[in-house]
Design a protein around this ligand. Sequence first.
Ligand code: ADP
Length: 195
Amino acid sequence: MRILLLAPPGAGKGTQADRISAHFRVPHISTGDLFRRHVAEGTPLGREVDAYLRRGDLVPDHIVLGIVEEAVADALTRTGGYLLDGFPRTLAQARQGYQIARRLGATADAVLHFDVSEPELMRRLLERGLSDGRADDTEETIRHRIDVYKTETAPLLGYYRGRGVLVTIDAEKPVDQVTEESIAALEAMQETAGA
Ligand code: ADP
């Protein structure tokens, strides 16, 4: 199974992606986690992206596409599938990602979208900022990330809806219910895709 996860900051992508990827036995690739790991390890790539993450700005496409291609190629070799969390985030990334996936013979079967209202996103992120201390979970940066999502990423919903691969889940429901509904919807897609 090859899944893209599209959701605003604070929608619970990480938790759900861990559970859903375990269910389908595919690697969970989080671009945000990959970047944070590079920053923590102080690699050259980490030094390049650190300021973008702190501001809540998107990392430039050429950097994002490089790490995504490497991680997806590795996931495909190991399992034939992937759950990509946090990519694509712009129409340009979606188009270029599609070219890469076609070249690897592994375009996505489904795009899972988590729907959460803005006040609830703010509430969850401010709470996470207090408990996890993530550098980009301050009120100003959270607002900026939500704005970036609305202007850059939300247009992808129409793009994927038009391709008949979009599944939208109400992610304000309890965590377990979101997992169950996501898995059920993806399994239905898998059947229609004949995968
Ligand atoms: P959130 O969805 O809460 O913002 P993520 O872990 O998905 O958290 O992303 C954290 C940061 O990593 C983003 O604000 C951005 O700076 C960077 N990032 C992650 N994925 C991408 C991407 N596809 N394109 C550009 N930047 C990205």
